[in-house]
Design a protein around this ligand. Sequence first.
Ligand SMILES: NC(=O)c1ccc[n+]([C@@H]2O[C@H](COP(=O)([O-])OP(=O)(O)OC[C@H]3O[C@@H](n4cnc5c(N)ncnc54)[C@H](O)[C@@H]3O)[C@@H](O)[C@H]2O)c1
Length: 294
Amino acid sequence: MKIERVFVVGSGLMGSGITQVSAQSGCKVIMHDIKQEFCDRGMEGIKKSLGKFLQKEKISQDHHDAALTNITTTTSLEDAKDADLVVEAVFEKIEVKREVFGTLDKVCPPEAILATNTSAIPISDIAAATERPEKVLGTHFFSPVPLMKLCEIITGVQTSDETIATAKAWAESVGKTTVVVKKDHAGFIANRLALPMCLEAVRMLEAGVADPQDIDNAMRFGYNHPMGPLELVDFTGIDVMLNASQAIYNDTQDPKFWPPPLMQRLVRSGLLGRKTGKGFYDYSSGKKENYWKG
Ligand SMILES: NC(=O)c1ccc[n+]([C@@H]2O[C@H](COP(=O)([O-])OP(=O)(O)OC[C@H]3O[C@@H](n4cnc5c(N)ncnc54)[C@H](O)[C@@H]3O)[C@@H](O)[C@H]2O)c1
């Protein structure tokens, strides 16, 4: 099956990015959210991002205009009735996702594939809200979606090979490099590898082994990572990393995913990284500065 009509549920950071790359690849996309003002905010983000690509001459004016004409918005899930593929990117809450999938299952054509962008909820738990678990899978994009190349394709317990093949071909058609996760397993591949390193970096900082910049420089210059682990946590959001590691810990009971107390204290203090101006570094001046005394 060729995917031509895509319906994206949730117009936040990830949903708007997924809408943008799908529209840029030529799909007709309907972006949904619970309020029109949220859809409008998502559209503003898309226009800004496409405008930057245009300004930097990464895309032509025609490509820019065609991408925008491929997108419409809605606040009604009923508008998913003609979709070939739905990608859900709502809040990371199982009850919200299950409700959305239950409705989509009733509204969408029987052949439609239903994908979730969840970072940590088992795909099979979401698929169980539908009567088509063989057509449900995970498509895990990375932020910012228009720039990050990876999409993990995750197989739920009952996902069919055909569903995986169709979703993989679609993700590649929107410009992503795919990796297939053959088992519904917490953290998929990338987070399962990156989180233990990031949590260990926080533990080292907590134990006073080294300053943030030295921990980061060890990985930047010793292993050629473009960003050190603490910079990466600040970039992603300390709260986001905390939730992700707690979710993997809950699923696996593996102590290496237990978040260090320092991470929890920073979150409770409102120091969430770049987005709040301060985390392991201070970004309030507009550039990254060292301030850590601990
Ligand atoms: N932010 C990231 O870096 C990242 C990376 C990979 C995956 N994810 C996952 O992607 C999903 C979305 O994350 P995000 O960062 O875009 O969140 P976000 O908070 O930016 O956006 C979520 C959007 O969903 C909307 N929404 C909530 N309930 C809804 C419903 N019932 N129907 C329709 N829309 C609804 C909200 O109004 C909001 O606009 C989550 O599952 C998250 O775990 C996030």
